[in-house]
Design a protein around this ligand. Structure first.
Ligand SMILES: Cc1ncc(COP(=O)(O)O)c(C=O)c1O
Length: 350
């Protein structure tokens, strides 16, 4: 297991050190192994004092948070928890970009928050992030602003400007970072700007599906905890929690970051700002998808304009070479600046 220098894996070490025992506890499979429940030696996620506490504290330190909470039910639970914290602070109006994830709209709905939609224009068939002007209007109109950073297409909103506006207006900035946990080493990381933010650790770092973290600055840590306790499962998965701790402590892989940027330049990808998302405008995206799948290569999505290939620090350079070889056999096209958006993944609003 690879971890950054000086880091220890508290949850994994506890799981490895288990003795065999008779299980008269959940889960019902009754097998020993990593999938245990909260026992005297494995800590308790609601009141962590042992390995889970140590893991959460390390994660908060690495992410630059006053408090970070482990989630085993995806970024969705984190989005609900941070919007709960906002509601608990008496904020009722939230501004958010049109193409926010369904979990954001659902949480606003459930919590009775009034939404102010920030329009998003499209360029070359993808939605652009709100610009500075839209941000200024959003901070003026609403009690809080929730941005997605980066988005599924690998672009960032003007984060520095958003923080400056949050400071000058005294209104909180929330960031849905479902696609950005690999950025915690960098100046583009959501946690450097937001008051409350979610890391979708399972999407871009080596965590098991549904592993995520929600974090806050000092003044929001208490109400975020209430939100977490309201929306998070009470049966957390130890394999997922151990994988989240591992993923957050996984070392940066500059070689793959550079290889990704070289790939983008060499294979006609759309220019974007996040190395981990490659967008290739194939002339016939459906035929390209079929061809690639027939060769054992599966992209993240096909929106009708682009196939998107999602990388992580675990992507092997040789796999990029293979993708490049196959992609070069297929015709690409120039998507004009005024092309309409494709079928934007995870967007289900009328
Ligand atoms: C921008 C964004 N936010 C939140 C989510 C929800 O994440 P999860 O599936 O981990 O609950 C997603 C999932 O795709 C997403 O794309």
């Amino acid at each position: 297991m690879k971890v950054s220098p000086g880091e220890r894996l508290h949850i994994a070490a506890m799981l490895r050190g288990q003795k065999g025992h008779l299980s008269f506890h959940t889960p019902g499979h009754k097998r020993a192994g990593a999938d245990i429940t909260e026992l005297s030696y494995s800590d308790c996620l609601v009141h962590p004092a042992g390995v889970l506490c140590a893991a959460e504290q390390d994660i908060a330190r690495i992410l630059g948070a006053a408090a970070s909470y482990l989630l085993t039910d995806g970024s969705t639970a984190g989005v609900f928890a941070m919007l709960y914290a906002l509601r608990a602070a008496g904020k009722t109006d939230v501004a958010l970009p049109l193409f926010s994830h369904p979990s954001v709209w659902h949480a606003c709905n459930v919590l009775g928050l009034k939404t102010h939609t920030m329009s998003q224009t499209t360029r070359c068939g993808i939605p652009l992030q709100p610009d500075e002007e839209a941000l200024e209007a959003a901070f003026e109109e609403a009690d809080a602003v929730l941005l997605t950073s980066p988005d599924y297409y690998g672009n960032f909103p003007p984060l520095g400007r958003a923080r400056a506006l949050a400071d000058s207006t005294g209104k909180p900035l929330l960031i849905d970072g479902a696609h950005g946990s690999h950025l915690h080493f960098t100046a583009d990381y959501a946690g450097r700007y937001a008051d409350l933010w979610v890391d979708g650790v399972h999407k871009s770092l080596p965590a098991l599906t549904q592993g995520a973290v929600v974090s806050a600055r000092e003044e929001w840590a208490g109400s975020l905890r209430e939100g977490v306790l309201t929306f998070r499962t009470t049966s957390p998965s130890y394999p997922i929690m151990a994988s989240v701790e591992y993923a957050v402590k996984y070392p940066r892989n500059l070689a793959i970051e550079e290889a990704a940027e070289t790939f983008k330049r060499g294979h006609g990808c759309l220019r974007n700002a996040d190395w981990s998302k490659l967008l290739i405008p194939f002339a016939d995206p459906c035929a390209a998808e079929k061809y690639l799948e027939a060769h054992g290569v599966y992209p993240e999505f096909n929106d009708g304009n682009y196939l998107m290939f999602y990388l992580s620090p675990c992507t092997k350079p040789r796999d990029l070479v293979r993708l490049g070889r196959l992609a070069d056999r297929l015709k690409k096209r120039q998507i004009p600046p005024d092309a309409p958006p494709g079928i934007i993944p995870m967007y289900d609003k009328e």
